[in-house]
Design a protein around this ligand. Sequence first.
Ligand SMILES: [Zn+2]
Length: 335
Amino acid sequence: MDQAVPLDHFSPSVFPPGHKGWHWLQVADGLLNPICIPVALARGRQDGPTVLAVAGVHGDEFEGMAAIGDFFGGLAVEALCGTFVGMPVVNPFAFEGQMRETPPIWDGLNLARQFPGPPAGSLTQRLAHALSAWTLSTLGGDDAFIDFHSAGTRYEYLSMVGFHPTGGPHEEKSRRLAAAFGLERIWEIPDSPASRTTFNGCIARQGIPTIGTEVCGRGGLVEADVSALEAGIKNILMHKNMLRDQEAPAISSPGASMAWRTSMVHTQTSGLFRPCVSLDERIVPDQLLGRINAATGEVLEEVRATIAGRVWGIRRFSTVRAGEYVLLIGAQAGA
Ligand SMILES: [Zn+2]
């Protein structure tokens, strides 16, 4: 095997204008071979911003992986001003393990709770450190970062594009990216200790305009979602005036009134979750949303709404442990 190039030695700027190709970059040591991730790089012939799109922070979220490959395959580098970088599988351990998290034989950690990551922690922590350090050394305030997620194996979500309430001018840039991406639902990602340690939450708080997406999941990929995410990448490049001969799409109204907030509904008990609402259904406070059954059929818990809103996500893997969330509710700010 050729000498693997470590991620931190990879600089898009050393490649000649007009370069387009896949690279394999080392993110960890393996027993036999370096552990590498695929990275797509296209450098336009004219200078411009850099857009970085990543997927596979969770190994069971496939739509963004496919969208990055599809977009890059069709990208005409001759029309590009600036740089596009795509990383479809940023957690190669979770991907190989066909799991959401890094498999237990390494450390069993959720990469989306480790950013920015200590340089000398466990494997997943070191991966978070390498990814965030590279991203922050590559992107600035005029660039864009896209982190593709989906509902994974156990949930089903409506499509949504989110930004973080970081305050300041970067939040407005992120909000405009979200509006430009082209999905109907725009979501203000709730600030919490968990959301701050996601890849997108960490990078957004370092002043890089950032969006994240969620789509269907349910253990697979829906081609319409892949197409919508591919179109979203293109829309972001057009918004950044990076595609020559293509007009930036008009953003109708990127104001705060468009953004929704989401909240999770957690269970108090363990058992079989049996939802009695549908995706996108409008709900009112105290409405019955589902039940938790014991294996004997006994109703252990009635899951009820505490706010008005719409059902944006439903747990589809039916067994649930106490404390897990079973529904994601979207509510429009002020509504
Ligand atoms: Zn995810």
